[in-house]
Design a protein around this ligand. Structure first.
Ligand code: ADP
Length: 559
């Protein structure tokens, strides 16, 4: 059986809707979860970047704080003040040089500068400051002249430097005589930034890039995608320190979650569709099984009806055959029966004539005797006619208890005339009147008449009819001393229309009908013995006597 699992049009539509909904749900859930995952990863990245920024801020501030107070301290020192020339004096270059070398050596600053308020260098270590242009130098002095600490970012040979500057006043009050500048190298800081994996950079208040690592340059030039940015404004300098970070991890988290959900959805879809398909197939199988069962049921019903019809027809045909067989048996017996009637009739005639003559002679006693003989003969004739009538009746279909004695007596009335005619002696069994068997009177007498008439016509001199009563069954055997049934004929004697009699004398139905009737009674009929004559054995089941049916006139009615 093949299961095609064809999908109908409404089913297709439903399937499409379900699939579309499943895909929409999958996409919705996958995007939502991936978004959540990405946001969480971005938050974690931002936190991480913030920590990194805090560290960088601390480092930067540490470097700057170290030098912040140095110019102020120096400006308050008398020997430093003395280095600035009063009106008309010149700078004591030797003392100035010694001071600058000492201070730079002790503090670690890269350059120490002594400047006029207009930015002119009075003395320096001839490194960073001397390389600056006039406007940058001037900017070093602007804030100190106003009384505050100056802070300026410098560049020298491409490296970043930072200068703190403070004004020198006589007695620490009054007009600013000059400016002390301390220059710090920021390169160390930038080198440390180079080791970092993220872009780190400083911007000026106007937003322009001041210092940063190579990654910062790449990020600014668009070569590096680092959309996560945290920054901190540094109020002491006015700068802002930035740390940027790539969001690749967050993107990876997005794809990971999206992939995991998609995979799970796919797995779920595969499992669901497998279940669905299996259910469909099972349902289709069930439907097919049901349809097949219905078809089978219908076919069985049709066949049963046909069989019942055929059985009915067969039964009718069988009944016809039974009748035919009976008529055939009667036909065969008719000559003997006619003789059986003619003989008593002739006797009656003779007794009547005698009685008349005796009356005429006035011998009433003898006449009465003759008349009584007439009565006896007529009784015998009426018995025979009753037996014939009973034999010719239509048999019943039911199975009841039948008293054997009465059937045997009736059969004897029919068989005796034939046996007498053919000079065959039939030995009749003595049967107890309470022996009853399962069957029907007419049908049982038909079997026995058939077996006995066959035996009588086959016998040389003698037919033996015996009845043996067992616990459950009764065995009736009819044996004759005829030529028996040949070995070739033996398998066919119970076949309908098998006969060895000349045409017109036998129909070949007697034994086959007897066989069927015996089986209808729940008994058996067998050809037992073929030597010297034939022996047929009829075995019948015993039956309770309370179901015996008798007619009022003493003839057994078929039950
Ligand atoms: P029919 O008597 O019309 O031939 P039956 O069915 O009664 O039909 O018998 C079938 C055949 O069985 C007979 O023709 C005969 O050859 C054989 N047969 C029956 N009874 C005997 C018997 N007692 N001895 C020998 N042959 C018999």
């Amino acid at each position: 059986m093949t299961i095609t699992g064809q999908i109908s049009k409404p089913d297709k539509l439903l399937t499409a809707v379900v699939v579309a909904m499943a895909v929409a749900t999958w996409l919705g859930v996958a995007f939502w979860a991936a978004g959540l995952s990405r946001a969480a990863a971005t938050d974690a990245l931002r936190d991480n970047t913030r920590n990194s920024l805090a560290l960088q801020v601390q480092t930067l501030q540490g470097v700057l704080e170290k030098y912040r107070y140095l110019p102020t301290l120096l400006a308050h020192r008398g020997d430093v003040k003395a280095l600035f020339p009063q009106r008309g004096e010149t700078v004591d270059q030797k003392a100035a040089q010694a001071f600058m070398v000492d201070t730079a050596g002790l503090s670690g600053a890269v350059d120490i500068g002594l400047l006029k308020t207009d930015g002119t260098i009075l003395g320096s270590l001839d490194t960073v400051l001397t390389a600056q242009d006039a406007s940058t130098l001037q900017s070093l002095t602007v804030t100190p002249v106003q009384g505050s600490l100056g802070r300026t970012l410098l560049r020298y040979r491409g490296r970043p430097y930072y200068a703190f500057s403070y004004g020198v006043r006589e007695n620490n009050v009054g007009a600013v005589q000059g400016v002390v500048a301390v220059v710090v190298d920021l390169e160390g800081l930038v080198e440390a930034w180079q080791l970092a994996l993220d872009p780190i950079f400083l911007t000026a208040p106007d937003g322009t890039l001041m210092v940063g690592n190579d990654l910062a340059d790449a990020s600014f030039e668009g070569r590096l995608d680092a959309p996560i940015e945290v920054s901190r404004y540094l109020p002491q300098t006015g700068w802002t320190l930035h740390v940027r970070r790539s969001d690749k991890t967050a993107q990876a988290a997005w794809w990971r979650t999206f992939g995991a959900i998609s995979l799970a959805s796919l797995l779920l879809a595969v499992i669901a569709s497998t279940f669905w398909w299996r259910r469909r197939t099972q349902q289709a199988l069930k439907r097919q099984d049901k349809a097949q069962a219905l078809r089978l049921e219908r076919r069985v019903r049709d066949r049963t009806r046909d069989l019942a019809d055929a059985n009915h027809a067969l039964r009718a045909a069988q009944d016809d055959l039974v009748e035919t067989a009976k008529l055939a048996a009667l036909g065969r017996m008719s000559a003997s029966l006619a003789h059986e009637y003619n003989q008593p009739l002739a006797a009656i005639r003779a007794y009547a004539d005698n009685a008349l003559k005796l009356l005429e002679r006035d011998q009433p006693a003898d006449a009465t005797e003759a008349l009584e003989r007439i009565g006896t003969v007529t009784n015998r004739m009426s018995g025979l006619s009753k037996a014939l009538r009973s034999f010719a009746r239509s048999p019943g279909q039911t199975i009841r208890a039948v008293r054997l004695t009465e059937v045997v007596e009736e059969v004897r009335l029919l068989i005796d005339p034939i046996s007498q005619k053919t000079n065959v002696t039939v030995s009749w069994p003595g049967v107890s009147s309470d022996v009853t068997v399962a069957g029907g009177t007419v049908r049982l007498s038909q079997i026995l008449v058939n077996l006995l008439s066959n035996a009588v016509s086959a016998a040389e001199e003698r037919v033996t009819f015996t009845i043996e009563c067992l616990d459950e069954t009764v065995s009736l055997t009819v044996s004759d001393d005829g030529s028996g049934v040949s070995e070739e004929d033996a398998p066919y004697v119970f076949e309908p229309f098998f006969t060895t009699r000349p045409v017109g004398e036998g129909l070949g139905l007697g034994l086959s009908i007897a066989y069927n009737i015996a089986h209808d009674f729940g008994g058996t009929l067998r050809l037992l013995d073929n030597d010297p004559g034939a022996t047929f054995q009829l075995v019948l089941k015993r039956h309770e006597a309370n179901a015996v049916s008798n007619s009022d006139d003493g003839v057994l009615l078929d039950a």
